[in-house]
Design a protein around this ligand. Structure first.
Ligand code: UT7
Length: 342
């Protein structure tokens, strides 16, 4: 059995905000943002847009791609989805009550699908790939999982804090993971090969939305000066991230007996070009093997890797049999990586 990424899709809000536009509202500038992060713009959701609405758009793009590939109608693909997972820390409702995945199910009309959300911050896509494959492995009847990563980070951003607000953007991307008869080992192997998942809970305070949960809830009558928002110790997260992705990339290659030359592309979490370049330098990775698009989208948390994957896929850059590596890190602190054969 193999667990293959059969289709990809993405969706972005209409509104693209450049660094220069942001600099009109806060004391920052294009030169600082580009030189410290590699970010040039981000997409910001209009007030009426919901996380589930954006997630459903990304899902439809993947569904239509699979429909086209298999010659089936989109409705048939929708009816074949056994599970819908949404990775998000910015779901429609507090605490995921109800889960955003359930709302997406309703929008799509995928009545037969089981639904749940996962919250693993920016590492959500990496964790979710294992969860999706595990769900397919554990039950013979399940064939397809729709796995969406969707974030409206602009809704938990402190727009008066220049050290965080320049970093984040909104976006969603979906993959359909399918159980197939292809081998997952040896010659002709396909799908998800191997993963590393990790966490260091002692670093939880370095990237945190402090208020609004059950530990520090808002109280009746309390005057709130700011809605729930991300606070970050940028330097600490930076140091963690460089170490986490460097070690994850080398361990994944070592465990699978591969070198970087065996890979078609490495798609890292798109938080900061400097983090990726530091890992690239330490591991002597050729620049053209590492895909980056944070210049356009900024950091969209769990959505960043699958948005990049969809770009690479739709640009026709992946051939059957290519080995792809995903590597991520984020709040928790969490990290992980996945090797997959296209
Ligand atoms: O998915 C995980 C999400 N998190 C991350 O990826 C964050 C990882 N960390 C980073 O990417 C970097 O630490 C940052 C990009 C957040 C910050 O870069 P830095 O080189 O660590 O800058 P810094 O925080 O040490 O700040 C340097 C200076 C400070 O000024 P002074 O104190 O030297 O005068 C800041 O006030 O840059 C100033 N600064 C800014 N200036 C213009 C901070 N933010 C800005 C800004 N525009 N947006």
């Amino acid at each position: 059995m193999a667990y293959e990424i059969a289709a990809t899709g993405r969706a972005l809000p209409k509104n693209r905000v450049t660094n220069d536009e942001l600099a009109k509202t806060i004391d920052t500038n294009d030169e600082w943002i580009r030189s410290h992060t590699g970010i040039g713009s981000r997409y910001i959701a209009e007030p009426e847009l919901t996380n589930s609405g954006l997630a459903a758009r990304a899902a439809r793009a993947a569904i239509e791609q699979l429909a086209e590939k298999t010659g089936a109608a989109a409705e048939t693909v929708i009816a074949s989805l056994d599970v819908i997972i949404v990775a998000t820390v910015t779901g429609d409702y507090l605490g995921g009550v109800p889960p955003t995945s359930c709302i997406v199910q309703d929008i799509l009309g995928a009545k037969q699908a089981a639904c749940f959300d996962i919250e693993v911050c920016c590492t959500g896509f990496i964790y979710g790939l294992d969860i999706a494959s595990g769900l397919l492995a554990v039950n013979r009847r399940r064939k397809r999982v729709l796995f969406i990563s969707s974030e409206l980070l602009s809704r938990i951003t402190d727009w008066t804090d220049r050290s965080t607000c320049v970093l984040f953007g909104d976006g969603a991307a979906a993959v359909i993971i399918e159980k197939t008869d292809a081998p997952s080992e040896g010659a002709g192997r396909r799908g998800i090969l191997r993963s590393i998942l990790g966490a260091d809970g002692s670093g939880g305070e370095t990237l945190i939305v402090r208020r609004g949960g059950t530990r520090f809830p808002y109280k009746t009558g309390e005057v709130v000066d700011k809605p729930p928002h991300v606070e970050m110790d940028g330097r600490a997260v930076y140091n963690f991230a460089v170490k986490a992705i460097t070690e994850t990339i080398s361990l994944l290659l070592e465990e699978e007996n591969l070198t970087v030359n065996d890979l078609a592309v490495i798609i890292p979490h798109q938080a900061n070009a400097r983090i990726v370049q530091a890992a690239q330098k330490r591991l002597h990775l050729p620049e053209e093997k590492v895909y980056m698009n944070m210049e356009e989208y900024a950091n969209t948390s769990a959505a960043s890797i699958p948005i990049a994957l969809d770009e690479v896929n739709r640009a026709g850059k992946l051939k059957r049999g290519d080995i792809v590596m995903f590597v991520g890190f984020g709040g928790g602190l969490t990290y992980g990586g996945t090797l997959a054969v296209w």
